[in-house]
Design a protein around this ligand. Structure first.
Ligand code: SF4
Ligand code: SF4
Length: 345
């Protein structure tokens, strides 16, 4: 199903989506464009390259309450926080980020135990993907082509959006997407010409080139096992790293979290919040022993987890080449160059 709306009616579309439930879309902040829950349709922008933070927070918030409890003298009463995500929409997700949700599903839904918090939000959310503009060169940090993703890839989206000079075109990719498209009376039906335009633009997106290296999941996973003990390589690659963790927080496929209890008088809440393998105390044990006290060990863990252990456990690389880690690193450490160098050893 193909639908369309004139560009100047974007506000009408945003209002119609807001009536369905919470809407997350790109908004220009002081320093960067990022996804936010929309309260004013005029805040939504579609002229952006990619957001600074990934949209993973919609399913995996930076901080999330799991259990609430009340401390008693004899017993503690507790209750799990109810799962009550409202049907929501994320508008304007770039193809690499849409793909990241499928990768995260393998961990949160496919590892033998379903994470109810992720699942609740994931099931109730419709993702409207948004093709990169084929007339704009890819950011030099991006390498999503290496991971088999194109600038107009529809994988991971429920609806895929392509912008033309005058319109936004929407194609239903999943049943969930088709359902939403049917409900949005603000959209017009696309013509045969619109369908052709959509296909032509999608094809053009396939021609956008990011950095690229030949990579084969199992081969790179095996190579990293061989390189693991090459201390000199890892120390050199990470010499400038200050272990700030920015690269993990912006990453759409990083999912490490910690769990802690916060209690005020007798009321407490157990919550989980993002953590990062780049932090010194991430692996600090109660005994005081830390198996990864050095920065190179922590960065090596990050790279090997994404490109080796994840391949062994879930059958795919846990990276979509979005380039955020490189763009956000204060000392210009680039995971692509590290994988490329390791592959040549
Ligand atoms: S490791 Fe870097 S390039 Fe890969 S998905 Fe994460 S932020 Fe994007
Ligand atoms: S963003 Fe750069 S400096 Fe910070 S932890 Fe990551 S690699 Fe190290």
């Amino acid at each position: 199903m193909l639908k369309k709306i004139a560009l100047e009616k974007l506000g009408d579309l945003v209002s119609a989506l807001m009536e369905k439930g919470p809407l997350y879309a790109p908004v220009k902040g002081e320093k960067a464009v990022d996804f936010q829950e929309i309260t004013n349709p005029a805040d939504v922008i579609l002229d952006f390259y990619n957001t600074a933070m990934s949209p993973k927070f919609a399913f995996f918030p930076q901080s999330e309450d799991l259990i609430r409890y009340r401390l008693g003298k004899e017993a503690t009463e507790s209750e799990a926080v109810s799962l009550d995500a409202k049907p929501s929409v994320i508008l304007g997700v770039r193809p690499c980020d849409a793909k990241s949700f499928e990768i995260m599903d393998r961990h949160f839904l496919g590892a033998g135990i379903i994470d109810p918090y992720w699942n609740d939000k994931r099931e109730k959310t419709t993702i409207i993907g948004y093709a990169f503009d084929p007339s704009t060169a890819a950011d030099p940090a991006d390498f999503y082509n290496t991971l088999g993703i194109s600038a107009s890839d529809t994988a991971g989206s429920d609806i895929f959006m392509i912008r033309t000079d005058k319109h936004l075109l929407f194609k239903g990719i999943t049943e969930k997407g088709d359902r939403l498209l049917k409900e949005l009376s603000v959209l017009e039906a696309g013509s045969k010409t619109d369908e052709k335009t959509f296909e032509d633009k999608a094809k053009k997106g396939g021609e956008v080139k990011t950095r690229f290296m030949e990579i084969q999941d199992k081969a790179v996973a095996g190579k990293l096992v061989q390189v693991f003990n090459n201390k000199e390589f890892w120390e050199k690659a990470t010499a400038a790293c200050i272990s700030c963790g920015a690269c993990t927080f912006v990453c759409p496929t990083c999912y490490c979290f910690d769990i802690s209890d916060e209690t005020l008088f007798r009321d407490g809440v157990r919550k989980r919040f993002w953590d990062a393998c780049m932090f010194t105390d991430f692996t600090l044990e109660a005994s005081g022993h830390n198996p990864r006290p050095r920065i190179f060990q922590r960065y090596r863990q990050k790279v090997c987890h994404k490109y080796s252990y994840h391949v062994d456990k879930y059958g795919c690389i846990s990276c979509v080449g979005c380039g955020r880690c490189t763009r956000s690193c204060p000392v210009n450490i680039d995971i692509y160059s590290i994988i490329e160098s390791a592959s040549k050893l």
